[in-house]
Design a protein around this ligand. Structure first.
Ligand SMILES: Nc1ncnc2c1ncn2[C@@H]1O[C@H](COP(=O)(O)OP(=O)(O)OP(=O)(O)O)[C@@H](O)[C@H]1O
Length: 243
């Protein structure tokens, strides 16, 4: 592990009534201890996961639209100033890593193409990411670019992956974390990825960031109930809509 703790510098914050400090989970943040090579961030849409992940990426010097330290390209800038108000505690400090933002990965692929140098693709499966399907390009990144002694910040990596490929990714993740000495912080809605062994799950729900067991997440409970009681679940859901 490398990144051990994230601290919100409360005393420096001008106002808690504007974004990003108005987000309940961020407002209540004090110190967040990371205890595993894999930390998942879960929570309802809009609960603050991406905001925190992007601030960590910015603080690491990664491009906030996606990429590593050496990737500099023109695309929308970071939307929040949270990175100016957090402290990252490392032991040891590393600078190698990557920020994957599913929603802007297209721009990263274009940036590689515009370098107009075949060597640019070496870490991404040997050919343009635009010539690979969305899911294939994600897996190329995970398989070729990700290796040891690095921190990877991933925002919804499951976005392009079929359930089978999510399992492939889970295996890559597990092996890199166990044997490759890589650290991952991953915002996800995937009940498959969340099942990765030896991971810590942090919930952003209920206005705070707190540790949660896999079986207590909505992702696990709703998916399990849906699969086990699909007909009843749908009947109840659709009846509610009709009322
Ligand atoms: N640039 C911005 N300016 C103002 N508010 C913003 C901005 N970006 C996000 N927000 C708000 O901050 C809140 C947290 O957004 P964030 O993207 O961090 O949520 P999230 O937990 O990652 O959600 P999701 O699961 O949908 O990706 C949301 O209510 C969102 O509307």
């Amino acid at each position: 592990m490398f990144l051990k703790k994230i601290t919100l510098l409360h005393e420096d914050i001008p106002s808690f009534s504007t974004y990003p400090f108005s987000i309940p989970s961020i407002r209540k943040l004090d110190e967040l201890n990371l205890e595993s090579n894999i930390t998942f961030l879960v929570g309802e849409n809009g609960s603050g996961k991406s905001t925190l992940l992007e601030a960590i990426a910015d603080k690491c010097g990664f491009h906030t639209a996606g990429g590593g330290r050496n990737n500099s390209y023109e695309v929308f800038a970071s939307g929040s100033s949270l990175s100016n108000y957090i402290r990252l505690s490392w032991l040891p400090k590393i600078t190698n890593g990557f920020f994957l933002r599913a929603e802007s990965f297209y721009h990263f692929a274009t940036y590689l193409d515009e370098m107009d140098d075949p060597r640019a693709y070496n870490s991404y499966g040997g050919k343009s990411l635009h010539e690979q399907s969305h899911g294939e390009s994600f897996l190329s990144l995970f398989l070729n670019r990700f290796n040891g002694d690095a921190i990877y910040l991933l925002d919804e990596p499951e976005a392009a992956l079929s359930p089978a490929r999510q399992l492939t990714f889970l295996k890559i993740l597990h092996d890199l974390a166990e044997e490759g000495n890589s650290q991952f912080i991953i915002a996800t809605h995937s009940p498959i990825l969340l099942g990765c062994p030896n991971a810590n799950i942090l919930s952003f729900d209920n206005g705070e960031i707190s540790k949660i067991a896999y079986e207590d997440t909505d992702h696990y409970q709703i998916t399990k109930y849906f699969l086990q009681h699909r007909e009843k679940f749908l009947a109840d859901l659709l009846r509610e809509d009709d009322e």
